[in-house]
Design a binder for this molecule. Structure first.
Ligand SMILES: [Zn+2]
Length: 295
């Protein structure tokens, strides 16, 4: 339980897009097979998750059509609802994120947020659980299938509790900040490896997520009730574990039995934990992953 049960999260409007595995496949013909294969690399984990999901027929991947026609998550009015339901939790987390970043970035504009129902087309390729959560710079939108957290839990060995889920959403918002503040264009993708711009970009998003989580209780609803309760030590440890679980070395060790640092796109477990902790302990001022020789 992460949210304050009394918090008002009724302004949780997100787009729900997709519409089940069959519809997604039928509608997905615009993307060639080659493109699909390339795009099945998660922006969050840097790994192809398509083989891990058993075709989406497992009980863990049941999509829940939970949005109203106006786009609000159904039965998602209070923090208590967000504590119960993952769709509500992901949609509500954005309220606190937008408030936080409005305070810290002049001229902040909210990103779009799409709750992916199995699969949907985006300007950055198909969004689905196979790909994992990602931020698409060209339409400034965060795409998350809330069932991804089951994948995190089952395939990456992270407990992926409520706060770890907040970390994942906050990481994607971190990329939005990098986009609107010019960091992405200043440090374009220059390949892979532990000191590449790509890895530094990912680690900075982890750092931003850590800084946000450190200030979690400062973000309040219109009645002055904090959206979140103060995280416990156990929850912080769980979020750190989630950061470590999606480290490139951990994923490579798990899938191939060895690690190849030169191919890293997101950073090692130690790097991801380190930068999450840097943001958490010292704030946004200690998130310049581009200023250090070895991030
Ligand atoms: Zn990322």
């Amino acid at each position: 339980m992460t949210f304050n049960p009394d918090a008002d999260v009724s302004d949780n409007k997100v787009q729900r897009r997709g519409g089940g595995r069959t519809a997604a496949i039928a509608g997905g013909g615009v993307v060639g097979l080659g493109a699909v294969v390339v795009l099945l690399i998660s922006a969050f984990t840097g790994v192809d998750l398509s083989g891990l999901l058993g075709g989406g027929t497992g009980t863990q991947a049941q999509p829940q059509a939970t949005t109203s026609s106006e786009g609000y998550v159904k039965n998602c009015k209070t923090g208590a609802d967000a504590n119960k339901d993952v769709d509500c939790r992901v949609a509500s987390t954005k309220l606190a994120l937008n408030q936080y970043w409005t305070k810290h970035v002049k001229g902040y504009v909210e990103p779009g947020q799409v709750s992916v129902d199995v699969a949907t087309a985006t300007p950055c390729g198909t969004a689905s659980n196979d790909v994992g959560p990602f931020y698409c710079p060209s339409d400034q939108t965060v795409y998350i299938d809330p069932t991804f957290f089951q994948v995190l839990k089952q395939q990456f060995g992270a407990e992926a509790g409520d706060l770890a889920q907040v970390y994942v959403v906050a990481h994607e918002y971190g990329h939005h900040i990098q986009n609107i503040t010019g960091t992405m264009s200043k440090y374009p993708n220059n390949g892979t490896g532990p000191t590449s711009n790509g890895v530094r970009t990912e680690l900075q998003a982890d750092c931003y997520a850590g800084a946000f989580i450190a200030d979690l209780t400062d973000q309040k609803d219109k009645n002055g009730v904090a959206y979140f309760k103060k995280p416990t030590e156990a929850q912080i440890t769980d979020a750190l574990n989630a950061a470590a679980a999606v480290g490139d070395d951990h994923i490579q060790q798990q899938s191939a039995g060895y690690t190849n640092p030169e191919s890293w796109t997101h950073g090692s477990s130690a790097q991801r934990e380190k930068w999450f902790a840097s943001g958490y302990k010292y704030g946004l001022g200690k998130c310049d992953t581009f200023a250090v020789a070895t991030p």
